[in-house]
Design a protein around this ligand. Structure first.
Ligand code: FMN
Length: 102
């Protein structure tokens, strides 16, 4: 979809700035989701394209954008004006809901 997207945002974590080891993944995931929600609120279409932990995508992004070793790309968000309206799937499965304990 990137070929036809107007813009893209690469969400990266600066590993050297991490306070708690491994949290960059959670922080960048939350940032990605927030960008998706903000895009939707503005009437834009956006999609989370997973980069981390796929080695070939990490290496590709790092090479393409000259990203230093201490910075890790987590997601690439494609952004644009939506060209289609997807129907909502109902995937609710009561067996996956657990109350108080598993
Ligand atoms: C971690 C993660 C990685 C994803 N990577 C891709 C991807 O590489 N290519 C893609 O087309 N969509 C990707 N998506 C988007 C999903 O395919 C899907 O469109 C999105 O999560 C919407 O969720 P839904 O299927 O529950 O509506 C990714 C989503 C997540 C959360």
């Amino acid at each position: 979809m990137l070929k036809d997207a107007n813009k893209a945002i690469l969400v990266c974590g600066a590993i050297n700035l991490e306070k708690f080891k491994g949290y960059w993944i959670l922080d960048c995931s939350a940032a990605t989701e927030n960008i998706l929600i903000a895009a939707h609120a503005k009437g834009l279409g956006a999609c989370w394209l997973g980069v981390y932990p796929r080695e070939e995508r990490i290496a590709g992004m790092k090479k393409l954008l000259n990203i230093p070793d201490h910075v890790m790309p987590l997601s690439l968000i494609s952004l644009g004006f939506p060209a289609e309206q997807k129907t909502r799937e109902d995937r609710y499965n009561v067996e996956r809901i657990h109350h108080n304990k598993w």
